[in-house]
Design a binder for this molecule. Structure first.
Ligand code: NAP
Length: 332
């Protein structure tokens, strides 16, 4: 089958090539991929900035498709089913934290940027019927991350002020959509006036350009501060978030695109009783609840652009350059 692999010999570090597939183990299924999507994780792998990188692995965590083969012990009903794949493997039983054997599809295990992928059957969920293949393929990883950040970790309540930073990002857009669906008063930030206009058109109450040095004052003036902030950038901007959090508020970080902060406003954290916490993807229960919300509220992922597999380098470069608004999708 054709697949996009990580290849250190290539200038782009990507190679669309023939990959040998294997026979199924008991409990596994083969899913013919109709659409897959990129996450920043795929770009970190390409840059060699992800732990335990293995050359030759098929990248990709997100995918939707049709079950074409089942392994021993898998119910026949799964054959020909239209499915989405939960890319979080071996979370375990503890809702608070993943187990030591937690793994994400697409490194070190072969992922979804391929004509087909092999996964354990318990990773499958029915494809939401209101979504196209491209939308369904774009949902899993970023949707799961945003949902857990908002609900289990952030404990968002109806009417609370929510700030989601970096609206251009995949996780951020789901956090905005889910926040609105859960009845929060949602604000977002971006470096791009066009992306902010798009957010406004979707129903976001307040928007801020985080490159504008006045944005912190403006955010506090306009909203009186935020009960919950969802952020994937961290770096020194964490101190800005500490400024705009309401006393007693929470900041939930799911990524650190800007790296570590060089200093931190400790006084404001303890005096204002702030909770700063981390989150990573989510449990099987989080995934099930995320899909239920998406289906109940008929939420549709925002698709930035759809590329063919042979345009993978363009797709990855678009993510590297932060040009996207929404998910970048790849189809075989
Ligand atoms: N822990 C997890 O489970 C998990 C899951 C998914 C992602 N992540 C991590 O989270 C980060 C984002 O992932 P993604 O897939 O959503 O990435 P993405 O789609 O590539 O989004 C990156 C976005 O970051 C925003 N950004 C850049 N500088 C910023 C700043 N100073 N303040 C606020 N936002 C800023 C930009 O927003 P604008 O274009 O709007 O300016 C950009 O579009 C990555 O580091 C990724 O590795 C972690």
């Amino acid at each position: 089958m054709r697949a996009i692999t990580l290849d250190s010999r290539e200038e782009s570090k990507l190679l669309l090539t023939e990959v040998q597939t294997r026979t199924l183990l008991p409990g596994e299924v083969r899913v013919l991929i109709k659409a897959a999507a990129l996450n920043h994780r795929d770009e970190w792998c390409r840059k060699g900035l992800y732990p335990n990188i293995q050359n030759g692995v098929v990248l990709g965590s997100d995918g939707a498709g049709i079950v074409t083969e089942i392994g021993e012990g898998v119910a026949y009903d799964w054959l020909q089913k239209e499915v989405i794949i939960n890319p979080a493997l071996n979370w375990g039983e503890n809702q608070k934290v993943q187990s030591a054997s937690f793994e994400i599809l697409g490194m070190p295990r072969n992922g979804t940027l391929a004509e087909s992928v092999i996964v354990p059957v318990d990773r499958l969920h029915d494809k939401p019927t209101h979504m196209s293949w491209e939308e369904a393929g774009a949902l899993p990883l970023a949707g799961l991350t945003a949902f857990r950040a908002l609900t289990y970790q952030g404990d968002i309540q109806e009417g609370e002020n929510l700030l989601v930073t970096g609206f251009g990002g995949g996780v951020a857009q789901f956090a905005v959509q889910f926040g609105m669906a859960l009845g929060a008063n949602v604000s977002t930030s971006s470096s791009s006036p066009e992306k902010l206009a798009r957010a406004k058109a979707m129903g976001v109450s307040n928007t801020f350009n985080y490159l504008d040095h006045n944005w912190i004052t403006k955010a506090v003036d306009d909203t009186n501060g935020f009960d919950l902030i969802i952020d994937g950038a961290v770096g020194d901007t964490l101190n800005h978030l500490i400024q705009v959090a309401k006393p007693g508020g929470k900041i939930v970080c799911y990524g650190a695109t800007l790296g570590n902060p060089s200093k931190i406003e400790a006084r404001k954290i303890f005096w204002n009783q702030l909770k700063i916490m981390g989150t990573t993807m989510g449990s099987d229960l989080d995934f099930k609840n995320m899909v239920a919300l998406v289906c109940e509220k008929k939420i549709q992922p925002i698709i930035d652009q759809v590329f063919k597999f042979d345009q993978a380098e363009m797709a990855f470069d678009r993510m590297r350059d932060g040009k996207q608004t929404g998910k970048i999708v790849l189809v075989p």
